[in-house]
Design a protein around this ligand. Structure first.
Ligand code: HEM
Length: 327
């Protein structure tokens, strides 16, 4: 089976349930439009940028406008239906919490929304975009590494079976999966789904010996920084989850060397959610299947805003103890 595709559908489904609760099916429609927009963006990323060109009704621009409209309309429909069915409260999904936080009551009577509709839509887009592809890529690259290092796959399976036997993994106990945490962190180091962190100083500043003028973007490339031997040691290029056995801040020569979720006040707000999600999905796979790469697998990680396997991740799944299952 092509592991990367169902992994994307699964994480889109999970974030859609989390963000939109009962309206998750519409959320999936929004997700489709967002995915196509990303493809449209990637297709034009290397075009020569001619001023004003983005306003011309070229085929690609028209497709982009159509998708943006579809995305906005779908999200607006979800939000308006939620506001209209106010009787049952805002709901305890992400949208419900956001609406609860941004509705204010005037003298205890009339409710008004303190965030504009466009701002709520933008928040939904950010969560959706930030939340599904990154996590599916974390799962994809972990399955890749566990296929290449079957001894680690077996270690994790033993850990999962010891903790859960054949029961469905539950939230609290997932934090006990120490070796799985180490493998996920090592995957994030070697195959960080988010490739760059970017910052623009709002005033002229000096960083070490570098002068950075106001408004100039600085790009920090995680894949390069994560393989820096001076920071991570001589085995920086190798898969060695044990480097994380004393925790993430002791894995390298400096405490905050792992930048996969970034650091500081704008660090990933969904990192605990993502780790929990990845652990529960992996635990359920390991309980039932062993997996290997197909012999024709071609290793080609490629920059598509996120780090993706260019030719997908075809794997052979084997149903444990029962029968071989090749899709
Ligand atoms: C393996 C999975 C994930 C990775 C590798 C990842 C990585 C990142 C990175 C590198 C940033 C940029 C931070 C910066 O610019 O300094 C970020 C921001 C963000 N992420 Fe994630 N993320 C993941 C999963 C998620 C999930 C599941 C959610 C939502 C449920 C999420 C929501 C966000 C949001 C809202 C921001 C913007 C935070 C802000 O600007 O204050 N992420 N993420």
């Amino acid at each position: 089976m092509e592991f990367d595709k169902p992994a994307q559908e699964l994480t889109a489904d999970i974030i859609s349930h989390t963000a939109f609760g009962s309206s998750y099916k519409l959320g999936i429609e929004a997700f489709q439009a967002m995915k196509e927009l990303q493809e449209n963006f990637m297709a034009s990323a290397l075009d020569v940028q001619i001023p004003g060109f983005k306003y011309l009704p070229t085929e690609r621009n028209r497709q982009k406008w159509m998708l943006e409209k579809k995305l906005r309309n779908t999200l607006m429909h979800i939000i308006e239906s939620r506001l209209a069915s106010k009787g049952s409260g805002n709901g305890n999904d992400l949208l419900g919490l956001m609406l609860k936080d941004c509705t204010a009551t005037d003298r205890g009577k009339q409710e008004r929304i303190s965030l504009a509709m466009d701002e709520i839509i933008d928040e939904c887009k950010t969560f959706f975009f930030a939340g599904y592809e990154t996590t599916s890529l974390l799962l994809t690259w972990t399955v890749f590494l566990l296929s290449v290092y079957p001894e680690w796959q077996e270690k994790l399976r033993e850990e999962v079976l010891k903790e859960f036997r054949k029961e469905t993994p539950s939230g609290n106990n997932l934090s006990k999966l120490k070796e799985m945490t180490m493998v996920l962190l090592e995957t994030l180091r070697l195959y960080s789904p988010a490739l760059f962190i970017q910052r623009k100083p709002i005033t002229d500043m000096v960083l070490g010996e570098i002068k950075i003028p106001k408004g100039h973007a600085i790009i920090m490339p995680s894949p390069i920084m994560h393989r820096e031997k001076k920071i991570w040691g001589e085995d920086a290029d190798q898969f060695n989850p044990s480097r994380f056995q004393n925790g993430v801040t002791r894995a390298a020569k400096v405490p905050y060397a792992l930048l996969a979720f970034s650091i500081g006040p704008r660090a990933c707000i969904g990192q605990n959610f993502a780790m929990l999600e990845a652990k529960s999905v992996l635990a359920m796979i390991l309980q039932k299947f062993s997996f290997t790469l197909v012999p024709e697998y071609k290793h080609a990680p490629v920059n598509c805003v996120t780090l993706q396997p260019k030719f997908g991740l075809p794997v052979v799944l084997k149903l444990l103890e029962v029968r071989n299952w090749i899709i």
